[in-house]
Design a binder for this molecule. Structure first.
Ligand SMILES: [Mg+2]
Ligand SMILES: [Zn+2]
Length: 97
């Protein structure tokens, strides 16, 4: 499934509830899910990890919907190589840009 199609499913499934909750509370949900991912990385099974990665990704899509951000378009700068040097693998010195 492509990112755009996934984001659209999340939009059609949750947008009404997401709008009622609002961006600040939705952001907190995302961070809570990031915390669950941290726990799974430390002590979870592969199944736990899959679940938590999915939760974080879905909540990120939800937050993007509330901010009217097309994630497929947003990540395009990473789709053809490093967003800094343009190379695969990245040839930047130090941390990725
Ligand atoms: Mg979770
Ligand atoms: Zn680079």
């Amino acid at each position: 499934m492509e990112i755009k199609a996934f984001q659209d499913v999340i939009r059609r499934t949750y947008l009404e509830k997401d709008r009622a909750r609002g961006t600040p509370a939705t952001f907190l949900w995302l961070i809570e899910e990031v915390g669950e991912l941290a726990t799974a990385l430390r002590e979870g099974t592969k199944e736990d990890l899959e679940g938590e990665f999915a939760d974080v990704f879905a909540w990120l899509m939800t937050l993007a919907n509330l901010s009217d951000i097309d994630m497929e378009k947003a990540v395009a700068k990473y789709a053809t190589g490093c967003s800094g040097c343009g190379k695969i693998p990245c040839a930047c010195q130090g941390e990725k840009p």
